[in-house]
Design a protein around this ligand. Structure first.
Ligand SMILES: NC(=O)c1ccc[n+]([C@@H]2O[C@H](COP(=O)([O-])OP(=O)(O)OC[C@H]3O[C@@H](n4cnc5c(N)ncnc54)[C@H](OP(=O)(O)O)[C@@H]3O)[C@@H](O)[C@H]2O)c1
Length: 298
């Protein structure tokens, strides 16, 4: 095991927290980057070194990268605006990060992208993420690009909490388009593996969950866990697009998120985990497990 710390950027996020937990469990020394160390008090209590750093501030990133062995880039600004918008963070911030990582002599960079990042996805964030993947691949650094499916834990935070407390489900379109959902625990598992497995170096891997589910399937799972029917309201995709454009005028980040919701109601995606699991066997977490654990914590 490399004695140098692993820097986790985005350590306070859904995935970042799972990555920190996994790395600590496997005996790594962890340095967590956050713009607000107060959010990371529990990480500090768990033995993690906290560093104040912002992807929009080069000096802070240089300080964060000093002396680390590996960097996990797991931050994003999908819903950010202005100085913390997607251009500043996901585009410029990550261009800067690649330079800083190279100059600091870091041994390995893991960049977290998404399964839907392509050069022509209709939401700019995902085009930017794809372009960043390409920069990482061309950087000359030792790297792993991890393309994650939709995070189950994010769904539980932004959809599930409302459903747990009696809310209705809003379905984009007819809710009949299947997409893949993954637990951040499983993404964190493959990120940690990328630090030690030579076979995961200089490689782009898709990390998805055990199944593709439609929005209606997902609500069925919530109903099973909560034990009561959930009222569903279908919102037509064109209506969501208009709402996204209007909200985007006032708050580009929230408009972008709504545009993503609209697009996900129209086009799904699948992740075939069989090849990766045959190389690196691992039990994938089910959506039911994640929802049930979260519901039990209410
Ligand atoms: N959510 C999904 O469904 C999903 C699916 C596939 C891939 N991903 C990718 O997985 C990664 C983690 O996503 P997540 O959903 O777990 O994140 P999240 O919970 O939304 O948290 C976002 C993180 O980004 C950090 N951050 C934001 N602006 C920053 C800046 N200017 N400088 C440094 N850090 C900044 C925040 O840190 P502080 O506030 O502490 O500074 C926070 O830890 C991202 O790359 C995302 O694109 C997400």
């Amino acid at each position: 095991m490399n004695d140098k710390p692993v820097l986790v950027i985005g350590a306070t996020g859904h995935l970042g927290r799972a990555v920190v937990a996994n790395l600590l469990q496997s005996g790594h020394t962890v340095r967590a980057a956050t713009r607000d160390p107060e959010q990371a008090g529990d990480l500090a209590d768990g033995g993690v070194e906290i560093v104040r750093a912002d992807l929009t501030d080069r000096v802070s990133m240089e300080r964060a990268c000093l002396g680390v062995g590996s960097v996990i880039a797991a931050a994003h600004a999908l819903t950010g605006r202005g100085k913390n918008g997607t251009q500043a963070v996901d585009d410029q911030g990550h261009r800067r990060l690649i330079d800083v990582v190279r100059e600091a002599g870091v041994e390995h960079l893991v960049y977290v992208s998404t399964s839907i990042s392509t050069p022509d996805y209709p939401v700019d964030f995902f085009r930017i993420k794809y372009a960043t993947e390409e920069r990482v691949r061309a950087s000359g650094l030792s790297y792993t690009v991890v393309r994650g499916a939709a995070f189950m834990e994010s769904n539980v935070t932004y959809v599930g909490q409302g459903l747990f407390s009696g809310g209705k489900a809003m379905i984009a379109g007819r809710g009949d388009v299947p997409s893949n959902y993954v637990s951040v625990r499983d993404v964190a598992h493959f990120i940690a593996l990328a630090l030690s497995e030579p076979g995961l170096k200089n490689r782009t891997v898709e990390v998805g969950g055990p199944a593709e589910l439609t929005l209606n399937d997902v609500i069925d799972v919530y109903e099973g866990v909560i034990g009561r029917p959930i009222k569903r309201t279908q919102v037509p995709i064109p209506v969501l697009r208009i709402m996204a454009a209007m909200i985007g005028i006032v708050h580009p980040g929230q408009g972008r998120l709504l545009r993503l919701v609209a697009e996900s109601g129209r086009r799904g995606f699948a992740v075939d985990m069989a090849p990766l699991l045959s190389e690196y066997p691992h039990d994938l977490t089910t959506f039911e497990q994640v929802i049930a654990e979260s519901f039990a914590r209410q």
